[in-house]
Design a protein around this ligand. Structure first.
Ligand SMILES: Nc1ncnc2c1ncn2[C@@H]1O[C@H](COP(=O)(O)OP(=O)(O)OP(=O)(O)O)[C@@H](O)[C@H]1O
Ligand SMILES: [Mg+2]
Length: 205
């Protein structure tokens, strides 16, 4: 089992789509083979099957250093504070952790700095991420810009589609706008990651 499953040690992924389009289903499937995952679940019911429910204060290094970790953080009344505490605990761990944050639009306006730093630097602390949101524009712009992989089901609002086109190009926008239930998700992957893999090929000079 790879530490990050289908993700790698620098992944910061986004999962987007209108309500009911299948974001949570996709995020869970994508993380099924990751070894240490913390799910931040404001609904309190989307990830009940994934593992033990804990509060952010429970997330100490020992709990996060297990061989297989599947923890579900259900925030209390102050969702932004609990999200910030969850990110801080993951970053203070020994690493190898995927943080999956669902319903990001609920707390992103109060957590833009936390989310931005998570994308910029989280992987240096061994924390990679999956941010799940109904609307592309609810994801801070820097996070959209630094995403390594974007999976989108349907987006309909022109502001969201414009944001997708800006960062990921017109073809991705079109696939997202045309998406219908039963279609595979539209997926965009950071092109430089593919260049990077090529560079890692054995050097024969
Ligand atoms: N690819 C799929 N195959 C089978 N069932 C799916 C698939 N995608 C979604 N579903 C089902 O459709 C329903 C809605 O999916 P899901 O909860 O993942 O949507 P969502 O985009 O997260 O919605 P919300 O915005 O309300 O959180 C769920 O019952 C889920 O199990
Ligand atoms: Mg959902």
């Amino acid at each position: 089992m790879q530490p990050f499953g289908l993700l790698d040690h620098r992944s910061h992924e986004l999962v987007l789509g209108v309500p009911g389009s299948g974001k949570t289903h996709h995020a869970r499937a994508r993380l099924a083979s990751a070894r240490r995952v913390v799910f931040f679940d404001p609904t309190g019911h989307d990830y009940v099957d994934e593992g033990e429910q804990v509060s952010p204060a429970d997330l100490d290094r020992e709990l996060l250093s297990g061989t297989v970790v599947r923890l579900v953080v259900v925030p209390g009344d102050d969702v932004p504070a609990d999200f910030a505490a969850t990110v801080a605990a993951c970053r203070a761990s020994d690493g190898g952790v995927v943080l999956c944050a669902d319903e990001v639009g609920d707390y992103a306006p109060h957590c833009a700095d936390v989310l931005t730093r998570l994308h910029r630097n989280g992987h240096h602390d061994g924390v990679v991420s999956v941010l799940v949101s109904q609307c592309a524009i609810d994801i801070p712009k820097t996070c959209r810009r630094t995403a390594t992989r974007v999976t989108s089901l349907l987006q309909t609002a022109s502001a969201d589609l414009d944001a997708l086109e800006t960062e990921y190009g017109p073809e991705f926008r079109e696939r997202v706008a045309r998406w219908r239930p039963g279609d595979p998700p539209a997926v965009w992957t950071l092109p430089t990651l593919r260049h990077h893999h090529r560079k890692e090929a054995p050097c024969r000079s």
